[in-house]
Design a protein around this ligand. Sequence first.
Ligand code: SAM
Length: 293
Amino acid sequence: MVNSGLIKDGWFCEVNDNSFPGQGLALKVEEVLYHSKSEFQDILVFKSSSYGNVLVLDGIIQATERDEFAYQEMISCIPLYAHKAPRKVLVIGGGDGGVVREVVKHSSVESVTLVEIDEFVIDLAKEYLPGMACTFGHHKVQVKLQDGFQFLRDVATRERYDVIITDSSDPEGPAEAFFQQEYFELLHSALNDDGIVIAQASENVWLNLGYIQNLVKTAKAVFPQARYCYTTVPTYTSGQLGLIVCAKDKSVNLEHPMRSPSLEEQSQLRYYNAGIHTASFVLPTWAHHQIYR
Ligand code: SAM
């Protein structure tokens, strides 16, 4: 169970007995900016003493102003630079706006559709995370307020995307369906033949290796290629977050960028580079064996 007691003695504590029993992550709180329940989840926004404003959904940290770029750049750039010319992009979840902010920077991208279930997250991000929620009005961006799973069910027979990014919250709550085989099947149907999907894989090798093993197995039952990589984010428990990347075409090389960033794109990147793209797929020996055996 996620502990929603949330703040004690001036510290926000993220504790989750299912995903990481016996350990937690704490940030010092300067001020609670917002705390309420939407139709879908518990939403907390607070100002921390060292990571800027922090968005928390159902007791789990989603983004902090200081380290969010490590996640947003990697979940966006890995599929976009592994693709030869991505034009049409779909983002499922992502209501804080950080992923869309990254995707619109890519000159080949013509359209980005963001499907977010909870309008409150978008509104709160505009107010408290303006550095992330800064491109909702961009001419390439279209926002749909609906369940991403249902959206994919509706469009999977008629729309095709080059890249689909699942920027969801963890599998407890409204994002539960995104970690199951039927979801990967819908992604497969909604993808062009040379398309790439990426999804946050919720956990990391230190905390949930068995879970990652199953997720990769589930993705592999649908896609000929499914690889696990990770980014480092100090405010996610254990400092890492996994991403699962899949392609319909076995010859697509997910682990190396197809293209280099343009000079303009390059100047806006703070975390991603070609070296870290490749390195993010390299796993410690024990974890590699467990995931791919
Ligand atoms: N960086 C993040 C993390 O820590 O995993 C994800 C951030 S983003 C805030 C996650 C978003 O997914 C939330 O805004 C949440 O409302 C949205 N979401 C969850 N379930 C969804 C669903 N079924 N359809 C669409 N959006 C969903």
